[in-house]
Design a protein around this ligand. Sequence first.
Ligand code: E4P
Length: 219
Amino acid sequence: MKFFIDTANLEQIKEAQDLGVLDGVTTNPSLMAKEGISGQENILNHYRAICDIVDGDVSAEVIATTYNEMIEEGEALAALNPKIVVKVPMIKDGVKAIKYFSSKGIKTNCTLVFSAGQALLAAKAGATYVSPFIGRLDDISVDGLALIEEIRLIYDNYAFETQILAASVRHSAHILGCAKLGADVMTGPLSAMLSLLKHPLTDSGLTQFLADYNKAAGK
Ligand code: E4P
């Protein structure tokens, strides 16, 4: 399973890249705003900066919601760097835009997906990635991981090539659930990735090993 980091924060992207387990980045307009990035030129420059750090796909979301505007905005984003994946919302014009981008060889990430039907449409349109938001489903007491399982079954039934990018991942249990269910990618914050490191027996074991080493060395 690929690990994407879900942030527009350059320091966190660098930290994840340095860890050696990062496969890509996802952003959205809220994450860009959180970093104080606004204005067309600043936004494009920020995507360029992200592409310079990471080895892998970088999702950049269109703001437009009509077909013609999405095409114009998406083509400008895709022209920035071959790593750019145009992130398009799951709306009617978005599905049409994904079909267009797919015919032009431009990678897409269909975002704001909350049902298996939406994921089926995204795959039919030729999306490179589909992003089911599992954390936001959990927030409304709907089982987000069950959606991953359903989409995996449907995509496998028809050998769709669209990759399941489990989004809105919040913690290590989400990551492990996605891995067990065969999600192709998960995207989450750095904290969720780092939480995989943690086990109290690792910490106490290491403390003991170092104490024994120092004792034997007479320190
Ligand atoms: C998907 O690509 C989104 O950027 C993201 O995963 C949303 O996560 P959130 O629900 O934590 O905002």
